[in-house]
Design a protein around this ligand. Structure first.
Ligand code: ARG
Length: 459
């Protein structure tokens, strides 16, 4: 048991209490952030004349040594310390003696941990956004390659109207683009440095909080010391942004699972991204997509758990807040893993163009266009709707698609139909007539793809 406190205690902490209270097992991942924050704090203390330059140099050198030793495996962060802050301070004092004991002047672990978490989140958001960018690039590539791949668009999971694979993918591009923007916008609201808030009421030392904030790359210090140590809004924002991102990945996974099913066969997941069965030799399962869908619950769970933990916490710091870490770490790790795996699966996935087009045709996704044909030849829409309904019934009886039905059969139902009906109900015509902004028609799609490329260029 190695603790930073103990002076006012007459008994040793019970071992179970110690274990229950300690956070080193998970906050050790903050070692770099904790050292970075400590270096900035010490630079400021010396600048303010609270420490001498010599003390500053010794401390900074000591902290840098700890950082590189941890990084290259020479120094192990053992669980004998209560938390990462205690580990760094105790190791420093062990290594450099007296000046190490001055590191914590004008600081509390409350503002220290608030800083570490912010620095950590800042780095992680950057990495998450990089992964979102790679996913967007993979989605865009499918869009570029499949402007002419016709497929059924669905409502209620029933074939509705023809779209293209590029258009379908474009919907996911939009979702992940919004995820990127959401993640980016979190920065703006968390760009304040809590260091100098002390335990809750600031400190009596003449700290220069602006200086520390600027050394650590923040816009400025937090404006209220009680809020500074107990604000976890940015974490909640991150967890909600990640929950929405995971919801998108989960919907996409669900589609991949459906498309990869024996009945659909719209896609084939690459062997490297599929798994087999221990008993059924023929099986090739979409486990990655299923896991992404399943892991979405973990991220929602983290958001919910933190919201619940925070709702009853009076100002300022309370130990409940220590719980934020495991939830946040798990959610961040989960989202990063899912993003990387999903992107790999998408990049290697084979899209079966013919199956998709065939499915669109045999699902009568062009029935609305056949009705529009009649309307363009002077038939009232309600009558046209009835005529095409009868046509569809006939096609179902004969087990053919609309473009496979002979013209005489068309004309038996309505004499308005001419040879050009075939062109009117071709997938190409049906899709390419839809040219309004955001529609699947080639021209609209090309414009959209250009806009997507531009977005990624400016990412
Ligand atoms: N491990 C603690 C946490 O994660 C650090 C802050 C400890 N502060 C305290 N007053 N005990 O929240």
């Amino acid at each position: 048991m190695a603790q930073l406190w103990g002076g006012r205690f007459t008994k040793e902490t019970d071992q179970l209490v110690y274990n229950f209270n300690a956070s080193i097992s998970f906050d050790k991942r903050f070692y770099a952030q904790d050292i970075r924050g400590s270096i900035a704090h010490v630079m400021m203390l010396a600048r303010q004349g609270i420490l001498t330059d010599l003390e500053k140099e010794k401390i900074v050198e000591g902290l840098e040594g700890i950082l590189s030793d941890v990084e290259n495996g020479k120094l192990e962060i053992t669980h004998q310390y209560e938390d990462i802050h205690s580990f760094v301070e105790a190791t420093l004092t062990e290594r450099i003696g007296e000046p190490g004991k001055k590191l914590h002047t004008g600081r509390s672990r409350n503002d220290q941990v608030a800083l570490d978490m912010k620095l950590y989140v800042r780095d992680e958001v950057h990495m998450l956004n990089q992964l979102v960018k790679e996913l967007l690039q993979a989605v865009l590539k499918v869009m570029e390659e499949h402007v002419d791949t016709y497929m059924p668009g669905f409502t209620h999971l029933q074939k509705a109207q023809p779209v293209t694979l590029a258009h379908h993918m474009g919907a996911y591009f939009e979702m992940f683009r919004r995820d990127h923007e959401r993640l980016k916008s979190i920065y703006g609201r968390m760009d304040t440095c809590p260091l100098g808030s002390g335990a809750l009421a600031g400190t009596t030392y003449p700290l220069d909080r602006d200086y520390t904030a600027s050394l650590l790359g923040f816009e400025g210090p937090t404006r209220n010391s009680m809020d500074g140590v107990s604000d976890r809004d940015y974490l909640l924002e991150l967890l909600s942004a990640l929950s929405i991102l995971m919801m998108h990945l989960s919907r996409f996974s669900e589609e991949v699972i459906i498309w990869n099913s024996n009945e659909y066969q719209f896609v084939e997941i690459d062997d490297a991204y599929s798994t087999g069965s221990s008993i059924m030799p023929q099986k090739k399962n979409p486990d990655i997509a299923e896991l992404v869908r399943g892991k979405t619950g973990r991220v929602y769970g983290a958001l919910n758990a933190l919201l619940v933990a925070m709702k009853g916490i009076p100002l300022a710091y309370n130990k409940d807040m220590q719980e934020d870490k495991e939830w946040a770490f798990d959610a961040i790790d989960t989202a990063k893993g899912c993003l990387a795996l999903f992107t790999g699966m998408l990049r290697t996935m084979h899209f079966k163009k013919e199956r998709m087009e065939d499915s669109a045709k045999h699902g009568f996704t062009n029935a609305t266009d056949a009705a529009d044909y009649l309307v363009n030849h002077g038939v009232a829409f309600r009558d046209a709707h009835g005529i095409v309904g009868r046509l569809v019934l006939l096609c179902i009886e004969k087990d053919v698609a609309l473009d496979e039905l002979p013209l005489e059969e068309y004309q038996k139902i309505s004499p308005v139909f001419e040879e050009d009906i075939y062109e009117a109900v071709s997938m190409e015509t049906c899709v390419n007539k839809r040219v309004t902004a955001g529609a699947p028609g080639r021209d609209a799609m090309e414009r959209e793809i250009t806009a997507c490329r531009k977005y990624l260029g400016e990412y």
